[in-house]
Design a protein around this ligand. Structure first.
Ligand SMILES: Cc1cc2nc3c(=O)[nH]c(=O)nc-3n(C[C@H](O)[C@H](O)[C@H](O)COP(=O)(O)O)c2cc1C
Length: 177
């Protein structure tokens, strides 16, 4: 698939068909996420995937009701996470830019967008969710305190075809001198 097509046509999907995704397909998504750039190639993104029905149910329970309804029929639910204190930090574990720990989420976002675009190419819709029960997810996957949870991503076969939400005018977001 042409990259431009995926960039423009990927949408957040809030209704899924009952469909399976294979372990190999999940691995392909994560490999695409891995190819994203990261601070000094530190590769601090981590992924925890609920694939079995048992774990998908646990993850759905870790969402607020509106996200629960949206993600309930997803084929898998992916948690994107970050090893803390590396991206944007020096060897003494001090943040070295004005963004503090901001580059951690920056790197994670790059990886997650790769994942979403790859999923779209493979025929899957995605929904990135920033609202979830953090402590519940930590317990589901036994995630230690050295790792921050960033987003929860539903992946599945789209059962809707949403319009493109409006984007700002270029003049509002762009300065060229
Ligand atoms: C960090 C982040 C958190 C988000 N959290 C949610 C969420 O909790 N629930 C939801 O339905 N959509 C969520 N979204 C999806 C956005 O609402 C969506 O990307 C935006 O409206 C643009 O639509 P599009 O993705 O179809 O282009 C989130 C997106 C991002 C990047």
């Amino acid at each position: 698939m042409e990259l431009t097509k995926a960039i423009y046509e990927r949408r957040s999907i809030r209704k899924y068909k009952d469909a399976e995704i294979t372990r190999e397909e999940i691995e392909e998504l994560i490999k695409s996420a891995q190819m994203a750039p990261s601070w000094k190639n530190s590769q601090t993104a981590r992924f925890f995937v609920a694939h079995s029905n048992e774990y998908k149910e646990k993850m759905i329970d870790a969402l607020p009701s509106f996200n629960k309804d949206r993600a309930k029929d997803a084929s898998c639910i992916i948690v994107s996470a970050i090893v803390k204190g590396i991206s944007g930090y020096n060897a003494d574990s001090e943040p070295i830019t004005h963004l503090g720990n901001g580059f951690e989420c920056f790197d994670n976002g790059l990886a997650v967008e790769n994942l979403c675009l790859k999923a779209y190419e493979m025929g899957y819709g995605t929904l990135i969710m920033g609202l979830y029960k953090e402590q519940v997810i930590r317990e589901i996957f036994n995630i230690p305190d050295t790792i921050s949870i960033a987003t929860v991503i539903a992946v599945g076969k789209a059962d809707i075809s949403p319009d493109t939400p409006q984007r700002n005018e270029l003049s509002e977001i762009l300065t060229i001198k």
